[in-house]
Design a protein around this ligand. Structure first.
Ligand SMILES: [Zn+2]
Length: 87
């Protein structure tokens, strides 16, 4: 028997954040998202998962990687705001 595994990336949009762009130096709305990579064996059994945060400038459309700690913090903040709106 042989083992088959692969990595399956999945994009998850987290929200819109206003920031100053490191590329075009404009204050713009950034699309904040994460790429979740799941490693699966036999296409269905997940054995490993990792994720990275990115944001895309709404003005010049450059995409930047965000540090994991900062991304986690921002994701939590967005989720908190969403919960407040639902109350
Ligand atoms: Zn920009």
């Amino acid at each position: 028997m042989f083992l088959v595994w692969g990595t399956y990336p999945e994009k998850k949009d987290l929200g819109i954040v206003e920031q100053t762009c490191p590329q075009c130096k404009k204050k713009a709305n950034f699309l904040f998202f994460k790429i979740v990579k799941t490693t699966k064996i036999f296409w269905i059994i997940p054995i490993w998962q990792s994720h990275d945060y990115y944001f895309t400038c709404g003005s010049c459309h450059s995409t930047f990687e965000m540090k994991k700690e900062k991304g986690t913090e921002l994701e939590e903040k967005i989720n908190e705001q969403k919960e407040l709106k639902n109350k």
